[in-house]
Design a protein around this ligand. Structure first.
Ligand SMILES: NC(=O)c1ccc[n+]([C@@H]2O[C@H](COP(=O)([O-])OP(=O)(O)OC[C@H]3O[C@@H](n4cnc5c(N)ncnc54)[C@H](O)[C@@H]3O)[C@@H](O)[C@H]2O)c1
Length: 256
């Protein structure tokens, strides 16, 4: 990506240390942003590679469990100490690629609660502690990551699909509530994307890959690179009059 549509913007990206998030971090930085990578997984090496490639203080990794309010509050303060401001929040962290297939009759309640805690409470806590900064300056963008599975249903992943459905309602409620403060809230919903992490989950690929590709208008696999144009659009001024919407990037599997 050569055009620097996010020049000077300060971005918080959750779940940026692994999988699709690594590609998001690289694209955001290529577009001119400074990116705080928040993750339970270590992102220090990724941040130093990105800084070396850009020859600037473009990325820093912060350890946080987004489901823990005390940690979220502290990490937002730490990000502010680093870059002083937040223009864009991307809620990408989720329990996903590590989930095995499970019948709804077999899912342990503790696992259900964990998926909801990370995938739903996490984005809520991030917004709770970042939105005040945006409200104070009367500007900001929030991008929640959902999934095409919230539209289509996906067997043996009812905990995950339910959590991603919640992002659609969360986005609409926030768009109404925060619009008065000139804060745009939108959802990016990818179809099945062959990130490094999901590619390591052979069971998930065996259950879903062929069926998903067959369902698409564009008969091919999806890759992290397919999402980058949409993400940058939702973070940039090009989407300034768009809020409460879902951008579905799935090769034409849903809603065509
Ligand atoms: N890959 C796909 O096919 C696909 C499709 C639709 C939506 N998505 C969504 O895209 C996002 C990224 O998916 P991915 O394929 O890269 O999967 P992934 O499981 O590799 O990515 C999740 C990231 O979140 C981090 N994370 C997990 N728990 C956390 C916590 N408690 N606090 C902070 N960080 C935490 C992980 O360390 C990881 O970096 C997820 O929100 C996922 O639901 C993925």
């Amino acid at each position: 990506m050569t055009e620097r549509k996010l020049e000077g913007l300060k971005v918080i990206l959750t779940g940026g240390s692994k999988g699709i998030g690594v590609h998001y971090a690289g694209a955001l930085i290529d577009a001119g942003a400074q990116v705080a990578i928040l993750d339970v997984a270590d992102g220090a090496e990724l941040a130093s590679q990105l800084n070396a490639s850009q020859q600037r203080d473009a990325a820093r990794a912060f350890h946080v469990d987004v489901s823990d309010e005390a940690q979220v509050k502290t990490v937002v303060d730490d990000v502010i100490s680093w870059i002083g401001d937040v223009d864009v929040l991307i809620n990408n962290a989720a329990v996903f690629a590590t989930l095995g297939d499970a019948k709804v009759t077999d899912i342990e309640s503790a696992l259900w609660d964990k998926v909801m805690a990370v995938n739903v409470r996490g984005p809520f806590l991030m917004v709770k502690h970042v939105a005040p900064l945006m409200i104070a300056k009367g500007r900001g963008k929030i991008v929640n990551i959902s999934s095409g599975s919230a539209y289509k249903g996906l067997p043996f992943m009812s905990h995950y699909v339910t959590s991603k459905g919640a992002m659609l309602g969360f986005t609409r409620a926030l768009a109404r509530e925060l619009g008065a403060h000139n804060i745009n809230v939108n959802t990016l919903a990818p179809g099945l994307i062959l990130s490094d992490s999901i590619s390591a989950n052979q069971e998930h690929l065996d259950t879903n890959r062929d069926r998903v590709v067959a369902s698409r208008a564009l008969k091919r696999d999806g890759f992290p690179e397919d999402l980058l144009g949409g993400l940058i659009f939702l973070c940039s001024s090009e989407s300034d009059f768009m809020t409460g919407q879902t951008l579905l990037i799935d090769g034409g599997s849903v809603n065509i």
